[in-house]
Design a binder for this molecule. Structure first.
Ligand code: ARE
Ligand code: CA
Length: 572
């Protein structure tokens, strides 16, 4: 047995409560190395030796490891446990003390007590919903009177500093379109007062940019959205402000004597608020975005109040937090408590592009924008850099990087306002459609970047921020119908979000899996394929994409055209 590969610790993502009396354990072992793994467990105060055992299940495998999981029921909520592993040649026992050949009596793993306060609970409403990201300047122009000066014509190619006149009224006007599509959450990139088109350089956290509308229009947008059962999430930019923010302007004006000087990291006075800035900024030297020192108590209070304000005042349903990974964890802990105190089911999403476990321990965010997942999807569907086996390993590794109670909320995206569009990255429309099929049948909270559903194209920022094509002639109707169907599927089967996910088949570029009892077969290759798969159900099935039905039997024979998929529902 490869002992070096065997790993467990009583911490995330290896041990965590999933209910008041339920503890989930994960054990890692070398791939294809062990034959079985069982866990022995009991009350921490019970007689030693009285532990009972239960088998673990091999839940997932990435390129190097297998992950065995189990969810234990514990009446007492205090668990003592150890593992028993076999590879058929040897049997070993694994406890906090390490490996032993005999059943351990002491030095066992301990989960001291499942404290109700430590239970992670994401808002119940996220299940089954699909999110839609809107870049307000480019979605719909509902009021020509508020257009900023020098607006380009709708449809022209955007540059970094272009304006097009889109606004909140435009979003209200299109809520029926979104409701009809089946959208359950909209996420708007920043809307507070700022000089840029993207508004990530906030000038005033308490007012809506006049080119987008005002507080009353936002209120109307939120209530009109709620009337259609659509949640609304706003973008909070607390890592930095814009150069026009009053506190920064005060420091520019009064230098070292400004009461706000410690809200920033100014290297020397006077402040050089232009190219070659003498203060810390977002990224490297973006002088229009001074970095905020969120550990400063007054600033912290100021920003958290902003977070509370918009939840209380206009009833938004959560925040997407910009550059969340560069702000201290303590800020986010306080932010979460204060926002959730006003609205317990508010949803908090951090922008973290990399391993995000540190923010997803339950005390900070509910979710992150799942860019690592997007990379895996692009490597398989767009770039063809990995085959089905490689793809399955990548997504499995990503699931196992988090506790399972995080999975339903992870924002799985194919693209955003910061990336090239999925259709542009896929050389083929059919591949982009397959990526959407995967996205919408995978655990998590899928997010559609406005316009992807009608086949919009666009390279990197700013090209990915083109104006929405409302003229139906310019829309890909087939793709739109597919999206509609997929979004509806998620509504009907909200537990697709949860993560009862099994790999079914991997062969070349053919990938099949089962999620919440729905079988999905994806032919990501340019060839016709005929497969004979072990039937995953004892019922008749129908492919909702082709309407073909399949009978009972041990095997399921399925033919798929190049770059096509089947989504098999059981008929009961
Ligand atoms: C502007 C221009 C760009 C130019 C850039 C350079 O438009 O073409 O490259 O300036 O100065 C906002 C605007 C952007 C604007 C930027 C600066 O939307 O258009 O760019 O402000 O003025 C990293 C960060 C991540 C950040 C991305 C962009 O970690 O937080 O970079 N994303 C948020 C928002 C952005 C926003 C800002 C932050 C600033 O979503 O829209 O930009 O408020 C990797 C790394 C990531 C990296 C990612 C993308 O994979 O792991 O860390 O993200 O690449 O670069
Ligand atoms: Ca307008």
């Amino acid at each position: 047995m490869n002992r070096e590969a065997i790993y467990h610790r009583t911490m995330l993502p290896f041990a965590y409560p999933v209910g008041e009396h339920e503890l989930r354990l994960v054990l890692r072992a070398a791939k294809d190395d062990i034959y079985f793994s069982e866990v022995f467990y009991g009350d921490r105060y019970a007689e030693p030796g009285s532990e009972v055992s239960t088998l673990m299940r091999k839940e997932a495998s990435d390129s190097l490891f297998d992950y065995y999981t189990v969810t234990l029921y514990t009446e007492e909520k205090r668990v003592r446990y150890f593992f028993h592993l076999s590879d058929r040649r040897e049997d070993i026992w694994y406890s906090e003390k390490g490996f032993s050949v005999a059943r351990p009596k002491e030095g066992l793993f301990q989960y001291p007590y499942i404290c109700p306060a430590d239970l992670f609970s994401e808002p119940e409403w996220i299940r089954g919903r699909t999110m839609y990201q809107i870049f307000p300047d480019r979605f719909c122009n509902g009021d020509r009177d508020n257009d900023p000066e020098g607006c380009l014509k709708w449809g022209e190619t955007p540059k970094a500093d272009s304006f097009f006149g889109g606004d909140l009224k435009g979003i209200i006007d299109r809520l029926d379109y979104l409701a009809d599509l089946g959208i359950g959450v909209i996420y708007l990139t920043p809307i507070f007062k700022s000089p840029s088109n993207h508004k990530y350089d906030t000038a005033d956290y308490y007012s809506i940019d006049p080119a987008f509308g005002d507080r009353d229009i936002l209120k109307r947008l939120v209530s009109e959205a709620h009337r259609r059962d659509i949640k609304v999430i706003l973008d909070g930019v607390f890592n930095h402000c814009g150069k026009d923010f009053f506190a920064f302007q005060d420091v520019v004006k009064h230098g070292a004597s400004s009461p706000y000087k410690d809200w920033f990291n100014i290297h020397s006075f006077p402040v050089r608020a232009g190219k070659d800035p003498n203060y810390e900024t977002f990224a490297s030297g973006v002088y229009t975005m001074p970095k905020l020192m969120t550990h400063n108590p007054e600033l912290r209070e100021y920003l958290i109040k902003v977070g509370e304000h918009w939840v209380r005042e206009v009833d938004i349903d959560g925040w997407r937090l910009d550059v969340a990974n560069e702000i201290d964890h303590d800020f986010w802990r306080e932010f979460r408590k204060r926002v959730k105190a006003i609205k317990p089911d508010a949803f908090i999403i951090g922008e973290v592009w990399h391993d995000s476990l540190e923010w997803l321990r339950g005390d900070q965010f509910d979710s992150v924008m799942n860019y690592p997942w997007r990379e895996a999807v692009l490597d398989f569907f767009a770039r063809g850099e990995i085959d089905a086996v490689g793809f399955d390993e990548r997504v499995a590794g990503l699931r196992m990087a988090h506790s399972s109670n995080i999975w339903p909320g992870l924002v799985n995206l194919l693209g955003s306002h910061d990336t090239a569009r999925v259709l542009t990255l896929c050389s083929d429309r059919r591949r982009a459609a397959l990526a959407a099929v995967f996205q919408m049948t995978y655990p998590g909270l899928p997010m559609i970047y406005y316009g992807d559903e009608i086949g919009m194209e666009g390279g990197d920022d700013p090209d990915c921020r083109r104006t929405f094509i409302w003229d139906e002639e310019g829309q890909d109707n087939k793709l739109l119908n597919l999206y509609r169907q997929l979004i509806k599927l998620r509504r009907i089967f909200p537990h697709l979000s949860d993560g009862d996910y099994r790999t079914w088949h991997t062969e070349g570029n053919v990938y099949a899996y089962i999620n919440d009892g729905i079988g999905v077969v994806i032919n990501n290759s340019d060839e016709d394929i005929s497969l004979r798969l072990d039937n995953f159900t004892i019922h008749r099935t129908v492919d909702i994409l082709s309407r073909k039905s399949y009978g009972l039997g041990r095997y399921l024979s399925i033919d798929l055209k190049p770059y096509s998929a089947a989504i098999l529902l059981t008929e009961r």
